[in-house]
Design a protein around this ligand. Sequence first.
Ligand code: WT7
Length: 634
Amino acid sequence: MAEKQQMVGEVYYPTPEVITQAHIKNYEAVYAEAQADLAAFWGKIAAANFEWFKPWETVLDESNAPFYKWFTGAKVNIVHNALDRHQRTATRNKAALIFEGEAGDTRTYTYQQLHYEVSKFASILRSMGVKKGDRVTIYMGRIPELMIAMLACAKVGAMHSVVYGGFSTEALHGRIEDSQSRLVITCDGAWLRGEIVPLKNITDEAVNRSPVVENVIVVKRTGQDVHMEHGRDHWYHDLMALDIANPNASTEVMDAEDPLFILYTSGTTGRPKAILHTHGGYMVGTATTLKWVFDIKPEDVWWCAADPGWITGHSYIVYAPLLLGATSFMYEGAPTHPYPDRWWQLIAKYRVTILYTAPTAIRGLMRFGEAWPEKHDLSSLRLLGSVGEPINPEAWKWYYRVIGKERCPIMDTWWQTETGAFMITPMPCVPLKPGSGTRPFPGVEVDVVDEDGNSVKANEEGFLVIKNPWPSMLRTILGDPDRYVQQYWSRYSEQGWYLPGDSARKDEDGYIWIIGRIDDVIKVSGYRLGTAEIESALVSHPAVAEAAAIGIPDELRGNIIKGFVILRQGYEPSDKLSHELRDHVGHEMGPIAKPSTVDFVTSLPKTRSGKIMRRVLRAQVLGQDVGDTSTLEE
Ligand code: WT7
């Protein structure tokens, strides 16, 4: 059994045992190597760890910055590296995915079996006319077929656009329309806390508003009756039983810079943006970060408890573990179903060695007390991880003590949909400070700066910036390259720095402490939502003339949403209407976007140009000084 970590002050030092085992034993040395020659650093990793159909001419092409290109000239497919190449080695017989459903049903796919399913489904997609460059929307629960569908799209060169199963009609509709997906893959329903989330019904509502959709493939999961539209809707199991479902389907040869997927995320203004990632750089970035940060070994059982519908799941449930030939565990349901020890029971049952989850989940489970984890043998764990929002030291220490038994280092990984992979993160050999993501990953240069780009003093708040490109970076916003430049590269265009949209502090040891978003993004339970989307859902109700949404700090969920509305003539404020408006947002956007309160107001603070000043609303709600209001209309 491993020793406990050494703690000095508030710094947690890794044990010699952890360092000896780790892939990376000396962070400083590897960081310095990357700084010395970024292209050589990534080129070496890319050549040593992946199979390329054709090698690259240039590792990093900066000629059209900020439209950076990586591994230009190379031919590759991420699925070849995630599945196909493993068929030639002992990895073919290893578990790629161990799945447990909420009801306790289990399934295991070896690399061979997963390859078989993905290949068959890829040939079904081809038979439906899906080809290189097409977009396919996937809207499913957390089940193996979600992974199979994503990988099958990538195999044929189509971009998947996964919409999180917790989103609802309008969110799904908007993403189908924006991506112009002619095919949607869904399930009849998803299990959540013993109940069925009616994904097919929601898909029907969304698709009925989207004439672009020609085909819908439906995986049977929950088994209740669903409407199947003749000529449009097809059962997955019927298609997979056809002779044309070919287990030897070929893998499309792609350019390294060809799109792999789009994933919608919320930004400062307007509709969600389709963040675009590519086959080559994303492959190199995700696999390398997972290997080094979570120190993946052949014997590990890796559990990333996120949903594949978010970037965390794309990178660290679907792609990176398969690229490394690792074994992943996936659980369908809620952590508290049927009891608050479900996760701890699963760790014991499958001897999970690494758990990666979000602070909100830890805080939620912490509330049920230590007796629940105490009931289970958690001794298989050797590393823990956190992602999605700053982790408060109290939750960090509970996670560390009660779950990790003071011997599992916690990797607090800061990154974004846009970055594709971890950017600021410890590795097992790095001393930890609870609440800090510690230091940048090798090859990533970060700073905390003021409006003019000057580094701020130690421990002062400023804007987080990333000073150089990295392989798994987003390449653009699909269909809106101007917005890509505007959103991420315009604030510090002279210096050529990337602006993530977070504020942060850097301490005297160079450790980064993330504070929060500087824009109109609200992080609710780690989920990223835009005020604009919530407001447009509110305004789509007939009673609402104008709306504003803000995030207010909350102990459990990080933030909660408060809505403010101005009613149309003829409508009167009432508790009933307030409830109705909250439910309306829930129906259109999904339960996670439902405001905790909706208040009625007669005016909203606006700038003279008509922009809602959410900062002023937030300050009013929190009873804080409203700050500079010189641009306020009245
Ligand atoms: C935003 C990105 C990428 C994984 C899931 C979120 C916040 C993310 C941390 C962390 C403090 C964090 C930031 C970031 N965030 N990880 N470890 N510590 N904040 O991806 O939905 O694109 O959200 O999540 O504010 O900008 P995302």
